[in-house]
Design a binder for this molecule. Structure first.
Ligand SMILES: Cc1ncc(COP(=O)(O)O)c(C=O)c1O
Length: 446
């Protein structure tokens, strides 16, 4: 067998493992990523450990995936045991796990049925297909519904041709034009724009209750309620993309559950929130094993019958066993309460920092889906680099936004470590505030 790494032979200077990988990847991989120069070899709790044994506090958790952190014993055990029994058979046969997982997810989300796939974009792709199929069914039953989708400015829904068509930034769509036609974008939280663009031509509104990639931007209560009312008035579907905000990240199982509807007419008695027709989940669902899910109402599910949609890998026994372990751990360890408690503390500390540093223009988010917005993209870039120098991993999104998506097992001491580092870096890199602007941040309902 050939050496897998095309490293220059007889080099006088010995290359580090990281340099070897860089050289190999630059020749062998499609150039989709500009990676940071870090080589991680294992993880423990909220820490990643590089090839020199240096520990990094991970406040990004694999972009919102590793909710239980690293090397969690319950997850390790579930994966190890299931891998010895059965990893894959396809969806041609029954396996244990899918219906047990579907039961837990439907109960937690107020939905009726589930479809499992492998990623967020696939879950959204399934949702878009379901909406088209449902509109077609409704047309056959005499209800006029078109094929158009409304999505929101700043949205991110994935990279496949349908999901990317509903994704706001040109840079994700334009190189691949023509992507799926029929998507119109609505200004975030602009109720008048939403009403103006909605009609019976629309088969679904697709939205993130709290936009993730777009900079941790929550929908207002009025906007989500209007989207619900409009779709209900025509029979179009309301699709909540909870791929980043779902599964407890905001302190509730889904972020839409923060949007209450006390006493609203026509809502199912079992839910006190604005209930969408479809929701999509992925990222932390199986704790790092790829798994996505579409959940929908019985009514929407009428549009799908055998053979219309499918997947080879989706909902395989290994991923389902891992997901059940994740959900059991979230419940057993009361992690939603923990996320709320630590997340509230984190947000308070960020808000306190905002009073001390004029360069922080906003603090946003809920639970452990948090962000601070800075007044310049260059500053955000250099703060991220300086945090990395201090062995703390965060992310920059939407140019000026520092995003925090840490594991749910984060403790106050980790928040303190991050806040102290941020404070020091902002003091060094940006002018301190003269009189506090006291950024209260953007809240749901604002
Ligand atoms: C809200 C949202 N939807 C969809 C996706 C796409 O998920 P995936 O990368 O698993 O395809 C992401 C990924 O970041 C996301 O944040």
């Amino acid at each position: 067998m050939n050496s897998p790494l095309p490293v220059e032979q007889n080099s006088e200077v010995s290359m580090s493992k990281l340099d070897e990988l860089k050289a190999a990847e630059s020749k062998l991989l499609l150039g989709t990523y500009e990676r940071y120069p870090l080589l991680f070899v294992r993880g423990e709790g909220v820490h990643l450990i590089d090839d020199h044994g240096t520990r990094y506090l991970d406040l990004l958790s694999g972009i919102g995936v590793n909710a239980l952190g690293y090397a969690h014993p319950a997850l390790e055990k579930a994966i190890a045991e299931q891998s010895c029994r059965l990893i894959h058979t396809s969806n041609l046969y029954y396996t244990e796990g899918q219906s047990a997982l579907a039961l837990r997810l439907t109960e937690a989300t107020g939905m009726d049925r589930a479809f499992f796939c492998n990623s967020g974009t696939e879950a959204n792709e399934a949702a878009l297909k379901l909406a088209r199929a449902y509109a077609r069914l409704k047309r056959s039953e005499g209800t006029p519904l078109g094929t158009k989708f409304l999505a929101l400015e700043n949205s991110f829904h994935g990279r496949t041709m349908g999901s990317v068509a509903a994704t706001w930034k040109d840079k994700y769509r334009e190189p691949f034009d023509p992507v799926m036609p029929g998507v119109e974008f609505v200004r975030l939280n602009d109720v008048a724009d939403l009403k103006a663009k909605f009609s019976t031509y629309v088969c679904a509104i697709l939205l993130e209750p709290i936009q993730g990639e777009g900079g941790i931007r929550p929908l207002s209560q009025e906007f989500l309620q209007t989207a619900r009312d409009l779709t209900r008035s025509t029979g179009a579907l309301l699709i909540a993309d909870e791929i980043q905000s779902g599964l407890g990240r905001t302190g509730k199982f889904c972020a839409y559950q923060h949007y209450g509807i006390p006493g609203a007419p026509g809502e199912p008695a079992s839910t006190g929130w604005i209930q969408p027709d479809v929701t999509t989940l992925a990222k932390p669902l199986a704790g790092g094993i790829p798994l996505g899910a579409l959940l929908c109402t019985e009514e929407a599910a009428r549009a799908i019958h055998a053979g219309m949609h499918g997947t080879t890998f989706g909902g395989g026994p290994l991923a389902c066993a891992a997901a059940l372990a994740v959900l059991e751990t979230i419940e057993r360890d009361r992690l939603l309460e923990h996320v709320t408690e630590v997340g509230t503390y984190f947000r308070e500390q960020l808000t306190r920092l905002a009073r001390q540093h004029a360069c922080i223009t906003d603090v946003r988010g809920l639970g452990l889906m948090l962000a601070v917005e800075l007044d310049s993209a260059d500053l955000a870039k250099s703060v991220l680099a300086a945090m990395m120098d201090r062995h703390i991993l965060i992310n920059r999104t939407s140019e000026t936004v520092l995003r925090f998506l840490p594991p749910y097992i984060l403790e106050r001491q980790h928040v303190d470590q991050a806040i102290a580092a941020l404070d020091q870096i902002l003091t060094e890199q940006a002018a301190p505030v003269a009189a506090a602007p006291a950024s209260g941040g953007t809240k749901i309902g604002s």
